[in-house]
Write a protein that binds this ligand. Sequence first.
Ligand SMILES: Cc1cc2nc3c(=O)[nH]c(=O)nc-3n(C[C@H](O)[C@H](O)[C@H](O)COP(=O)(O)O)c2cc1C
Ligand SMILES: C=C(O[C@@H]1CC(C(=O)O)=C[C@@H](OP(=O)(O)O)[C@H]1O)C(=O)O
Length: 356
Amino acid sequence: MSSTYGEKIKISVFGESHGNGIGVVIDGLPAGVKIDMDKVLVQMSRRAPGKDKTATPRKESDLPKVLSGMLGDTLTGAPLCAVIENTNTKSGDYGNLLNCPRPGHSDYTAYVKYNASNDIRGGGHFSGRLTAPIVFAGAICRQILEEKGIKIAAHIASIGNVNDKSFNPVSIDDKLINKLNNSSFALIDDSVEEKMRAEVESARLAQDSIGGTIECAVSGIEAGIGEPMFEGVEGVIAKAVFGVPAIKGIEFGKGFELSKMRGSQSNDPFEYKDGKVVTKTNNCGGILGGITNGMPVIFRAGVKPTPSISKEQDTVDLQKKENAKLVINGRHDPCIVPRAVPVIEAVTAVAILNLL
Ligand SMILES: Cc1cc2nc3c(=O)[nH]c(=O)nc-3n(C[C@H](O)[C@H](O)[C@H](O)COP(=O)(O)O)c2cc1C
Ligand SMILES: C=C(O[C@@H]1CC(C(=O)O)=C[C@@H](OP(=O)(O)O)[C@H]1O)C(=O)O
């Protein structure tokens, strides 16, 4: 399985949603860096399940136990391994799914690829639960980035048809970054929270689910990071972002909107400001030719609606080889977007540290 990402900073994610635990090994971290574990726990808690009606009712404390790579609060340079226990599993909910794959989930493709030996309980290794160790890895990487003045923040850009404001693409306010980095329902404009929660609740009550988008910004990154072609900043970030289950799209800067513009509208004019080359707009999302231009790196990721819904759906019975009806039991997120925000920040931190 390809549960490993990165060459310079390599993360290997392991475990299953209903196994004993999940975790990550991080290789290549610099020795001697002091880690603030309280800050790591803030990130873990932002993603943790069971907090409110927009999330799965499965409650897990998601406390990481560090097995290696740290002495006291300092990184030793050896592989850093952290494990998180699974304490609240209800595997009986998955009994009727063994032969009847859920539309939209990985059940069918994993059944084919792993000859029906895959662990389907809670989505097994394909579960969104595996994003907990990813958030741990990201929380370590972002502390190293912050020492270099690089900060990462994301917010819920939309749920259904309800939109948050966007980042100011040329300058990301430190206070805003701090607010978003500490929020479990991260918004720039808090006045849309109620409408977004209502959108999720209406989908949940209709035995359905809903998707949305997440906007992420990297501030303080200097010009000249990245490579052309296949190791471009877009590609390196996109590969990490697509490792997050349920992400189906990504666009940098104005993204697909650029395809409808003229060059005179899409080009970001250069200017000198306080002796530094900057651009007046940031339609390219801080990346030209795969290389950072010194402006904030900005992208949006598209999150699909949660596949496990309680409405009856059509599927097949793989044993009987006939069509079947499926009713899914269990505790699912009616909307993945709010909990995926810290995950997107985390994978971005791992990607950027690799690029540096
Ligand atoms: C934080 C998070 C929570 C998720 N929660 C659920 C869930 O409760 N139920 C579900 O069916 N899928 C959930 N997913 C999505 C599935 O894991 C994902 O759709 C599935 O693995 C198939 O992968 P794909 O959508 O990327 O193709 C979650 C994903 C994330 C990132
Ligand atoms: C437990 C988490 O999310 C899980 C992600 C998930 C899925 O299919 O992705 C399915 C559900 O698992 P279960 O049926 O065991 O409750 C979610 O609760 C978590 O994120 O920590």
